[in-house]
Design a protein around this ligand. Structure first.
Ligand code: ZN
Ligand code: ZN
Length: 65
């Protein structure tokens, strides 16, 4: 068993990521899907920057006097 250590995480370009399709941008860029679709292949590295979702503020404060 000679499996190469996985260094990089599975990366998908923006297009494939939004389409939820298999992306091979790690092997080649632009990736196959972007070449086929003839669109710009863009990759976004997930840096440290979690965007905390704001809980939807329902206006349930129905105060009556
Ligand atoms: Zn892709
Ligand atoms: Zn792509």
């Amino acid at each position: 068993m000679s499996e190469p250590p996985r260094k990089r995480a599975k990366l998908a370009c923006v297009t494939c990521n939004s389409r939820r399709v298999k992306c091979d941008v790690t092997d080649r860029q632009p990736c196959t899907n972007c070449i086929t679709a003839n669109v710009h292949c863009e990759t976004r590295e997930s840096k440290r920057g979690k965007h905390p979702r704001k809980p939807r503020t329902d206006s349930n404060t129905h105060e009556e006097t």
